[in-house]
Design a protein around this ligand. Structure first.
Ligand code: ADP
Length: 219
């Protein structure tokens, strides 16, 4: 993976978690926060830290913010500071700006001014948790579009020892198993003869109703 230089502005719960994970993934991360004690707490954990107000254009210029490949605006409650900072980053020519939104309106403004990706952490996590609560075998999922999803389903005892031919998900439910993760080994593009064992993770592609139907059938 190419090493990317990131900056994270606002080191609250969300920003500090993003910043620390990026470091874990082997990237250089500059953390910026206007609260000096927050910056001190993070100084050992991130590559560089700066205590400053990110809505100060001169400060952003002086630290060469435009040289960072990606800047994450994780400012919490101060919507004005979040929008102002995002706008400055875009005007200064940052390649990719990602910003956290607190409300749909906040997100709309961020989108309009040209933020590349708007994130709603609480809303998205709430949706994710609710989906996992109602579908006990659903481990994770990615929405490909409004209609299609890739989901990771845990294989239950009910289907343990069955081949994909036995399961026949395409004909029965309309969705396809595109990979099986067997802990030691991942079978990509499995064939009809491949067997699913309890605890395997099946990667399934289909519409939400198709995946729900399959998930209910194996429970
Ligand atoms: P979270 O919900 O992610 O914990 P918080 O609101 O607690 O969010 O944290 C946001 C952080 O952003 C705080 O540490 C705050 O000091 C910082 N912050 C807010 N405004 C600015 C700004 N203009 N410049 C830099 N940091 C800021």
């Amino acid at each position: 993976m190419r090493e990317t230089q990131f900056a994270v502005i606002g080191l609250g719960r969300f920003g500090s978690s993003v910043a620390q994970e990026l470091v874990q993934l082997g990237h250089e991360v500059l953390g910026i926060d206007r609260n000096e004690s927050v910056v001190n707490d993070m100084s050992e954990l991130l590559t560089h830290v700066v205590a400053a107000d990110a809505s100060d254009e001169d400060m952003l210029r002086s630290i060469g913010i435009r040289n960072f490949h990606c800047v994450v605006v994780a400012i919490g409650d101060d919507i004005q500071a979040s929008i102002l900072t995002a706008l400055l980053l875009i005007e200064l020519g940052v390649e990719k700006v990602v910003a956290k939104a607190l409300s749909p309106l906040h997100g709309k403004v961020l989108q309009k001014i040209g933020v590349n990706r708007v994130i709603y952490p609480e809303r998205d996590m709430g949706v994710r948790v609710a989906n996992q609560l109602v579908s006990p075998n659903l481990l994770d999922y990615i929405e490909l579009s409004e209609q299609y999803t890739i989901a990771e389903l845990s294989a239950t005892r009910r289907i343990s020892g069955r081949t994909l031919k036995d399961l026949d998900t395409r004909a029965r439910h309309g969705c396809s198993i595109v990979a099986i993760n067997k802990k030691q080994d991942v079978i990509i593009a499995p064939t009809a003869e491949d067997v699913v064992e309890e605890g395997d993770v099946m990667v399934v592609i289909g519409t939400n109703p198709q995946i729900n139907e399959f998930e209910e059938a194996i429970t």
